[in-house]
Design a protein around this ligand. Sequence first.
Ligand SMILES: [Zn+2]
Length: 130
Amino acid sequence: MAFTIGQDDVMLWTKTRLKTFKYWPFDDKVPCSSKRMAAAGFYASGGKEEPDLAICFVCKKSLNGWEKTDDPWEEHKKHCPACPFVLMNKQEKDLTIENIIDLIMHVEVHRMKSIKEKTVGEFKKLAKAL
Ligand SMILES: [Zn+2]
C-alpha cells in the first residue's frame, strides 16, 4: 500500500526507500549498506552528484559523509534522538497500524510546518516590497 501526502510519496516502507539507493557508494557486505540505511528510515536523495546524501522519511534530517563502517540506526539515534521513528524503535515488521498512522501524522506535521515557513517568508518579502 502506497501513501501520498499532497504530491509527495511517503517513504513509509523499507522496500520503497531501498529503491532510492541507486548510487549508494557501499555494497551489502558493510555495516552501512543500502539495506540497513533503508531499514533505519533513510532514503537517498542526492542522485549521482551526491550519492551519499540520505534523508529520514519521518524527521527529514539529511545526513551525508557516511563511512562504510557506520551503523545507520546508531547514526540516526545520535543525530536525531527526538525523531519519532527513532523513539518508536521498532523494525518494520513489528509496526502496528497505530504506529504507521502516527508516523504518517509526523510526516504531515513536518510538511505543514515547511509550508508555513515558506508562506511566512513569502509574505515577509511582499511586505518589505510595499
Ligand atoms: Zn528520523
